[in-house]
Ligand binder design. Structure first.
Ligand SMILES: [Zn+2]
Length: 77
């Protein structure tokens, strides 16, 4: 089995690990509800994909109230 010929110093290890970081996910906007969605996936908020309804979204009472408010605000705009 291959072995490293030299031990990496603490500095080298720290420099390497400093470059490891979380990436921001690529996001696009849902054409239906204008929320941020991961590309090539169904919208978790309205359940549509490429203009078609593909998911049934079950809402709690709180979520229903929130969505009604948002729809009202959209209509006023
Ligand atoms: Zn949506």
């Amino acid at each position: 089995m291959a072995l490293p010929s030299k031990r990496h110093s603490k500095t080298v290890k720290r420099i390497r690990r400093a470059a490891i970081k979380m990436k921001t996910p690529a996001l696009s906007t849902c054409p239906q509800c204008k929320k941020m969605v991961r590309p090539h996936t169904a919208c978790a908020f309205c359940g549509t994909y490429r203009g078609r309804q593909v998911l049934k979204i079950k809402l709690t009472k709180k979520e229903k109230k929130l969505r009604k408010k948002e729809e009202k605000e959209k209509k006023e705009k």
